[in-house]
Ligand binder design. Structure first.
Ligand SMILES: Cc1cc2nc3c(=O)[nH]c(=O)nc-3n(C[C@H](O)[C@H](O)[C@H](O)COP(=O)(O)OP(=O)(O)OC[C@H]3O[C@@H](n4cnc5c(N)ncnc54)[C@H](O)[C@@H]3O)c2cc1C
Length: 362
């Protein structure tokens, strides 16, 4: 292993989310698998051009989901036919792409095509490794016991719709790559990072400040399109990351530090060191915008922290993340709140908050 000392599990436990991409072409059925025509596509600036998007989804009782995808024009037919290893039914599929192009050039109507995706669960036992000596990346795909069934379903669809099917017969072709830096609660022999995303140091605990925060920490197939799950995992890691940074600051600086991300427009007071803020009264205004039941809702709040100007006894100075040894929160983190809420979808007048309490630690 070169570079940073990391777990031997790096690169293993890799999943393709049970993916198999197929491409059905040469059909006379109106599949409308292309979202834009050539002219429309080229009018859009390169960076703003759309990618593929899922148009239909069907979850089969056989344990996987089949989806169709709309492609922008930019995806060349021959790419699909070239990278996928299996054409069905046998016969002229090998020359199909070339014949299709010739027909189009001769003014015949273009045949219809659509991309298909199967997804579900695989064994999540794939490996992606840098080979010692050769510096080549070796990839061993995860086993997918449902692959033969997926092929059968794609073939049935092709029989119904007509045309030629291209897909990989022997292994997953994936757009949903998951794992490789798997999270594990059982230490570095089973994963690359802990459930907080902190990267294990096999000879110590973790590498401070180094996190995995994307699809590569998800240790198994999800079975459905993964981006929301990935975003949720990233949010979970971020929450721990903030906590870790605060604890690190406390250890390093020896002070109790109130951190946090703040909207610069909505606060009259910025981040404050609690020890320096004893006896202070802090007032700030906050505007919170969001949706309740899909309807826009805005809260305009004014908060007065430590409204009675409480003083601290010396014995209470030991604060840990805003709480003293008795479990009471610091006076600057407690206060009174008032203001109003605008929730027009529910009530045309303002809803007033006359007397509220706030405790930032609870
Ligand atoms: C064609 C296609 C269609 C898809 N459609 C869907 C869908 O409809 N629904 C769905 O849920 N999922 C979909 N997915 C899957 C989804 O996009 C991915 O699972 C998800 O984006 C992975 O998130 P990630 O944060 O782990 O990685 P990514 O989104 O790939 O983010 C990695 C980022 O790291 C950056 N990066 C890479 N190397 C470096 C470097 N050395 N330094 C700095 N930055 C670097 C990259 O530029 C990129 O921005 C699709 C995937 C593909 C390929």
């Amino acid at each position: 292993m070169r570079g940073l000392r990391v777990s031997e599990a790096l690169g293993s436990g890799f999943s393709c989310n049970g993916n198999n991409v197929a491409y059905l072409t040469g059909s006379s059925t109106p599949l409308n698998g292309y979202g834009l025509d050539k002219e429309e596509l080229f009018k859009i600036p390169f960076q703003a051009r759309p990618g593929p998007s899922i148009s239909t989804s069907y979850t089969s009782s056989m344990g996987f989901t089949i989806q169709s995808a709309i492609l922008p024009r930019a995806y060349p037919h021959l790419l699909f036919e070239g990278i996928l290893t299996y054409g069905w039914p046998g016969g002229y599929w090998f020359f199909h792409g070339i014949l299709d192009k010739i027909k189009l050039a001769m003014g015949f109507k273009a045949t219809q095509a659509v991309a298909l995706l199967a997804l579900g669960h695989d064994e999540s036992d794939g490996k992606i490794m840098l080979e010692k000596g050769t510096n080549k990346i070796s990839f061993i795909p995860p086993r997918d016991p449902l692959l033969p069934r997926k092929i059968k379903v794609f073939q049935k669809l092709t029989q119904k719709l007509g045309g030629v099917l291209f897909m990989s017969k022997y292994r997953s072709t994936a757009v949903h790559l998951l794992g490789g830096c798997n999270a594990s609660s059982s230490g570095p022999s089973h994963g690359v990072c802990n459930p907080k995303g902190q990267v294990f140091d096999p000879l110590a605990t973790v590498h401070p400040g180094l996190y995995v925060c994307d699809a590569s920490l998800i240790p198994c197939s999800i079975g459905i399109n993964p981006s929301f799950t990935i975003a949720t995992a990233a949010e979970h890691i971020s929450r721990h990351l903030v906590q870790d940074v605060l604890e690190y600051k406390i250890r390093r600086e020896g002070t109790n530090y109130l951190g946090g991300v703040q909207d610069p427009d909505s606060f009259t007071e910025k981040t404050k060191t609690i020890d320096n803020g004893r006896r202070s009264v802090v007032t700030f205004k906050e505007t919170m915008r969001g949706h309740v039941g899909g309807m826009p809702c805005t809260a305009f709040l004014k908060m007065k922290m430590n409204p009675h100007g409480e003083d601290q006894k010396d014995s209470d100075i030991e604060w840990n993340l805003g709480t003293n040894i008795h479990g009471n929160s610091h006076p600057l983190l407690r206060g009174k709140v008032g203001g109003h809420v605008e929730f027009r979808g529910f009530e045309k007048d303002n809803l007033h908050i006359i007397d509220g309490d706030v405790n930032c630690v609870k």
